[in-house]
Design a protein around this ligand. Structure first.
Ligand SMILES: [Zn+2]
Length: 238
């Protein structure tokens, strides 16, 4: 009898499809894996539990990919992702520029929606999101609504580059997010006039799904404490 705990969500079990495939998943996890959430190696043993995380790449058109996570890093889940699954599916963090009304400060905001919620369960049994928890630890605060305040975080900066490239960096100039964004009219002016850009990281968004109302999703995220925000200083290269 196996004394191993490998979490398999019902929809993941359905994807695996047979008892043999599930036993093969145990075997694979016992051989060792790179955790989908923290990137560190793991092994399913009598004392180390794991979760099966299944991905449906390329909006569900690609062949399913089965990976593993430490139990304390990520729950078993089936995730549809927009890209082919590479070595580090957790690095997929789509973002968009968001312009709030003039009287909200800051008005120019970078909204980042990590595709993978790296969940862990605290000793008290609540589930917390490792990404937002990490940001709270460096000075971000929970965003309490779409017009909510965003505290200044020392060293947090946003740099605008050529081709509407936007980089969000921390105090050590380490990139939190970097890439081209479609900037709505007035966004750059709001950022340059005030020198302030909001940075919001929220879980549970799907920014690449154009049919979704992202601000409605963000509003829901603020309601369940899943959105954190801070204000960055704008840096310009010229
Ligand atoms: Zn892990």
């Amino acid at each position: 009898m196996r004394q191993l705990v490998l979490n398999i969500a019902p929809e993941v079990a359905e994807l695996l499809g047979s008892e043999d495939a599930i036993l093969a998943a145990f075997d694979a996890a016992e051989l060792g894996f790179v955790c989908t959430a923290c990137g560190q190696p793991g092994t399913l043993t009598a004392t180390d539990r794991a979760s099966v995380v299944a991905y449906l790449p390329d909006h569900g058109r690609g062949a399913p990919v089965v990976r593993y996570a430490h139990e304390h890093c990520q729950a078993s889940e089936l995730l549809t992702v927009d890209t082919p699954v590479g070595d580090d599916p957790g690095s997929v963090w789509p973002a968009q520029a968001w312009l709030r009304p003039d009287d909200d400060d800051p008005a120019a905001v970078v909204l980042i929606g990590p595709r993978l919620a790296a969940l862990r369960v605290t000793d008290g049994g609540e589930t917390i999101d490792r990404i937002t928890a990490g940001l709270l630890g460096v000075g971000f605060e929970l965003l309490d609504g779409l017009d909510g305040p965003m505290p200044n975080v020392e060293g947090l900066a946003v740099r605008l580059g050529l081709g509407d490239r936007v980089s969000v960096v921390d105090g050590d100039d380490c990139p939190l997010w970097d890439g081209p964004l479609v900037l709505p009219p007035g966004w750059t002016e709001a950022a340059t006039t005030t020198g302030r850009v909001g940075v919001v990281v929220a879980s549970g968004l799907n920014l690449l799904d154009v049919e979704r109302d992202h601000l409605a999703d963000l509003h829901d995220a603020t309601g369940r404490g899943a959105a954190v925000a801070a204000t960055a200083q704008l840096l310009t290269d010229d």
